[in-house]
Design a protein around this ligand. Structure first.
Ligand code: UD1
Length: 387
């Protein structure tokens, strides 16, 4: 049954939540679209502090022009339970103090679910941006976060049509679902001209010569617990990357989790070859510059599967599944899993043919956040009812 609240006077207060790196790219255009609507909306930003390093956090706010958070809950790292519980406890006080008309969460990180759960228990309607994605792999912490957040959200914005089928199958009422496109791609469009060229990144790393004599480069990113937390899996992945680097130099911005695991398992020397360049986590504009001119991107990230599709750059996904099937059906993505032979076969094919060209998915046009902001405003004005 649809919750119908009595109309409330403007300004309508919305509490937006970010916690971890992939949230920042999604929230940046939403905050801008809200601001463009003017004083009818009173928007605050809460940062849970799930990510806190300069490289994982501050750099993004600066580069993407996200307003400084009104509140930082400073939860930091911990087990899933610790992190989720700490966010919940600290977010509850903020919610009590702010008493917003709605809470908006993005993506699928622990902070997303934690804040959605606190809000719904206080009968504050939850808006979920990037709803409906499913990998159907419940061993992924993000899949649990997605399924549960969607179940308790009042308004669900989806990036691709598969999201609607997934949500309907799970009993979500159709009237709650809005197909609006992809806010990640809004951010990409907005920043493409500002992308930092790879030559600059190499110069900053003191490795100007890294690509000399080579015809392009590959990018690697890997941070999923299923890929990096088990020593044999990580060893096999690094061995595969070494084989690839014998054909094409590999630039590898190393996520803190992966860096810690490489050290812990004693693999630090494995990638000590002239054709692999390990870098610290990159800022958004640096990563965009790296991806844009890469011949191929190997990744276990969800967002990068989407960004490579938008950029028309071949992507090899180092997972057995994707919650973003449109990147495979219409985009440049190929699911490789972790089998070394399979990854190398797909890599060879891309070297030979240039890989899938793909096309831009429906509504990935740079205007998703404008549609979202307009929809939210009319939903609130309409007494939180969907048309
Ligand atoms: C989280 C998200 C994942 C997302 C990823 C992007 C969940 C369940 N996972 O995974 O969906 O793709 O962010 O990066 O929410 N660390 C630092 N500095 C930081 C943050 C983390 O050094 O600023 C290290 C800590 O050792 C920490 C580890 O990275 O324990 C993991 O961080 P955490 O936020 O728990 O998960 P991620 O692997 O980053």
């Amino acid at each position: 049954m649809q919750i119908i609240k009595p109309p409330i006077p403007a300004p309508y207060s919305i509490l937006c939540v970010v916690g971890a790196r992939p949230n920042f790219m999604k929230m940046a255009p939403i905050m801008a679209a809200f601001a463009a609507l003017g004083p009818e909306l009173d928007v605050s930003l809460v940062h849970t502090g799930q990510h806190y390093d300069v490289a994982m956090n501050h750099q993004y706010f600066e580069a993407l022009g996200i307003p400084q958070p009104d509140i930082n809950l400073e939860v930091g790292s911990g087990s899933h339970t610790e992190q989720t519980a700490n966010v919940m406890l600290r977010f509850e006080s903020v919610l009590n103090a702010k008493d917003p008309s709605a809470v908006l969460v993005v993506g699928d990180v622990n902070s997303t679910l934690a804040c959605a759960l606190v809000a719904v228990k206080k009968e504050v309607p939850v808006i979920h941006v990037e709803a409906g994605l499913r990998s159907f792999d419940r061993a992924m912490p993000e899949e649990i976060n997605r399924v549960l957040t969607d179940q308790i959200s009042e308004l669900l914005f989806i990036t691709e049509r598969s999201g609607r089928e997934n949500l309907l199958r799970e009993g979500i009422a159709e009237y709650r679902i809005r197909f609006v496109g992809n806010v990640m791609i809004d951010t990409l469009h907005h920043n493409l001209a500002k992308a930092v060229p790879v030559s600059q990144i190499l110069q900053d790393a003191g490795r100007e010569e890294f690509l000399d004599g080579h015809d392009g480069y590959a990018i690697l990113t890997a941070h999923r617990p299923s890929n990096v937390d088990d020593p044999e899996t990580l060893r096999s992945l690094l061995e595969t990357i070494l084989k690839i680097s014998a054909r094409l130099p590999v630039i590898f911005p190393v996520h803190p989790r992966t860096r810690d695991m490489i050290q812990k398992f004693g693999f630090s020397k494995m990638l000590d070859v002239p054709t692999v360049l390990q870098l610290p986590p990159m800022g958004y504009l640096e990563m965009l510059g790296l991806m844009k001119d890469a011949r191929v991107v190997l990744t276990d990230s969800g967002g990068i599967q989407e960004e490579t599709t938008a950029l028309g750059v071949p992507c090899i996904t180092l997972r057995n599944n994707t919650e973003r099937p449109i990147t495979v059906d219409e985009g440049t993505n190929t699911i490789a899993g972790l089998d070394s032979a399979k990854i190398l076969t797909i890599f060879d094919e891309i070297m030979l043919t240039g890989g899938k060209t793909g096309r831009i998915p429906e509504l990935w046009d740079g205007h998703a956040s404008t549609r979202i902001a307009a929809e939210i405003l009319s939903w609130i004005k309409n007494g939180f009812q969907s048309n």
